[in-house]
Unconditional design. Structure first.
Length: 421
């Protein structure tokens, strides 16, 4: 199979216009029968960096499936990716997904942003196009569609999710924090939760607070502070957080607001034991680490993550770095890669692209070839979620994200409390 080098510039700029089959490397185009999969992602705009990683993950996985002979139950049919740029805008995400369906997409994945995923989910359900959500945590997206099917408003559910839900994020975050605090012999008592005031932030913070209430751990959430998703200044919010005298700040951020938040915490000299996110993008991306430098060192994040104890993951990560000019293989690339593997498994068992046949195969999924931290094979429950999807606690150590908890998947020992300056 011919290798196609994908540079960072190509992904973050040049690929913005690379939608449709013309954007797909020759190695993904079949000479005979193809199966068209639409991939929507934020290739331009505020989330371009993570969108580029997602797209590369999808491309690498599709190349792997095609190199292994394609979908054998369908005479070696090959995967053809139809690519679209959401421009980090919800209305564009939906219209681009609609365009891909019109161009022949038989399945969908991608989108990343919760509001974008919600818009595409309703479209996919309406158009009877199976949609495997690779990344988004908002429980309401799959729950609402499952409810409409259960109540007879619709006959079949076409939307499923491989990514952990907000409930899983919340439960794991409380559990990991409690275990790490105990292991460290530390006793933080006061925590301030700060969250991006969008669908992701509201859902994730509510999930964490519910999990905290149920577990009743040794630390108290003394204040919860929202901030705009598109904030350009967080001085007021950080001042309010500082006034609450927290031992730990637990933020739910987007990439841009992660930078604002950590810079403002340093500027106002907020005295903390640590910054520990219950699960958020923006605290491990290379761009954030490059800009924040020592300000992000020792920050923790209970995030979905590749399982680097898996040799297959290590091999994929090496190829990802080679094809992206050295970028790190994190949750963005890994979950899109894994979603594509799951779709390949589904198509193999369905032996058809008929949407109802695909859905029937999705419901019977038990895929053990995953590459992310999980509690077992990929399966789907009555809501359309993968109950075995999980998270790990990562920490920025030596300017690189490393898994530090749970023990069985940890790459390094955590540092907590954070050394005082």
């Amino acid at each position: 199979m011919r290798s196609v080098r994908v540079s960072r510039r190509r992904f973050l700029k040049g690929m913005a216009a690379a939608t449709g089959a013309a954007a797909v490397p020759r190695s993904l185009r079949a000479q005979g029968k193809t199966i068209k999969i639409g991939v929507v992602g934020p290739i331009t705009g505020a989330m371009a960096e993570v969108g580029g990683d997602c797209r590369l993950g999808a491309l690498l996985a599709a190349e792997t499936i095609n190199a292994a002979g394609g979908i054998k139950s369908m005479a070696g049919a090959r995967l053809e990716l139809l690519l679209a740029d959401s421009e980090t805008k919800v209305e564009v995400a939906r219209s681009e997904a609609d365009r891909l369906i019109g161009a022949g997409a038989q399945l969908l994945t991608g989108a990343f942003h919760s509001a974008h995923v919600a818009a595409i989910s309703s479209l996919a359900q309406q158009r009877r196009v199976p949609y495997l959500i690779d990344i988004t945590a908002a429980d309401s997206i799959t729950a609402n569609i499952a409810k409409s099917v259960r109540e007879g408003q619709q006959k079949v559910q076409y939307v499923y999710r491989n990514f952990p839900s907000a409930v899983t994020f919340g439960k794991n975050a409380v559990k990991y924090m409690t275990e790490i605090f105990r292991e460290a012999g530390a006793s933080p008592r006061r925590m301030v939760v700060m969250y991006s005031n969008d669908l992701f932030g509201k859902t994730a913070s509510a999930g964490f607070e519910a999990a905290h209430k149920a577990a009743n751990p040794g630390f108290e959430i003394v204040q919860t502070l929202p901030f705009p998703e598109t904030a350009s200044d967080l001085s007021t919010e950080v001042a309010r957080a500082k006034a609450a005298r927290p031992d730990v700040i637990a933020p739910f951020t987007r990439p841009a607001t992660a930078i604002l938040l950590l810079e403002e915490i340093a500027k106002q000299r907020v005295d903390l034991m640590g910054v520990i996110s219950p699960g958020a993008p923006g605290l491990y991306e290379p761009g954030q680490i490059r800009q924040l430098k020592e300000l992000i060192e020792h920050v923790m994040d209970a995030a979905p993550w590749p399982n680097y104890k898996n040799p297959a993951t290590q091999k994929i990560a090496a190829e990802f770095a080679r094809r992206s000019n050295g970028r790190y293989f994190d949750a963005s690339g890994a979950y899109t890669y894994e979603a594509m593997l799951v779709l390949g498994d589904v198509l193999e068992r369905a032996a058809s692209t008929d949407p109802d046949a695909v859905v029937a195969a999705i419901k019977k999924t038990s895929f053990a070839g995953g590459i992310t931290v999980s509690n077992g094979p990929v399966t789907f429950n009555e809501t359309g979620d993968n109950p075995n999807a999980s998270t790990a606690m990562i920490q920025i150590l030596g300017q690189k994200p490393r898994v530090v908890w749970p023990r069985e998947v940890a790459e390094q020992k955590f540092v907590f409390p954070r050394p005082k300056k």
